[in-house]
Design a protein around this ligand. Sequence first.
Ligand code: SAH
Length: 248
Amino acid sequence: MTATPAWPPQSAPRLHVETQLGEGVVVSIDGNPAHYLIAVMRVKPDDIVLLFDGRSGEWAARARDIRKRDLVLECVAQTKPPETVPDFWLCCAPIKKGRIDLIAEKACELGVAKLQPVLTRRAVVDKLNLDRLHAHLVEAAEQCGRTALPELAAMVKLDALLRDWPQARPLFFADETGGAPLTEAFANYPGPAAFLIGPEGGFDPAERAAIRAHPQAVPVSLGPRILRAETAAIAATAAWMTINGDWK
Ligand code: SAH
């Protein structure tokens, strides 16, 4: 008895597109995504490509009109509903290029809803290439099966973040000088949340005091060792996904 082949094919390539998807919607693909599909994935007419646009879920689309540098994809069926990820924001200071890219990629895979860069006094980097970070988010979402990218906010200064912080959202503050264990802190706040991680040089005393003075701030410990910022960001997010997120 031959098993019916899985549909959509497990090997179907996935692409993030800006076009609003839906039954019969036709998407023209060119540039690097077209090169990836045509030259790397060797997509042939009628092959399935999975598309997601961040709001319509995931759609299986049939390849058509394949030329050297572009092709057309026609949506034939919705394969995943619009995703819901835990309402968890990751706020982190800009760190060296490769490492902030790692945080963006892992935040996407781990299911973060929003990535909020925060400029602190000891940050070694004071500007971010949001286009590059967006590209990492797209690639990670295509790989991990998300149907929407995390929201990528423009960088804000720490004092502005604290001043404008939303009333109903706890700001778990990874304080390397000590704080509550995550299991205890997270147990008290199962709802929307955010995690704030400092830069390679940590928070300076005035920043730490300002954060601790904020009514929504919840200082937490990430254990007895000093973690690199990217390790702290990934570990804290994984802990949230385990305790209050969607890793059920
Ligand atoms: N250079 C600083 C540490 C900075 S680590 C020092 O040596 O003290 C970068 C960030 O990761 C910190 O600002 C903090 O937000 C987080 N972090 C690292 N280890 C942590 C721990 N054990 N507990 C809580 N937060 C931690």
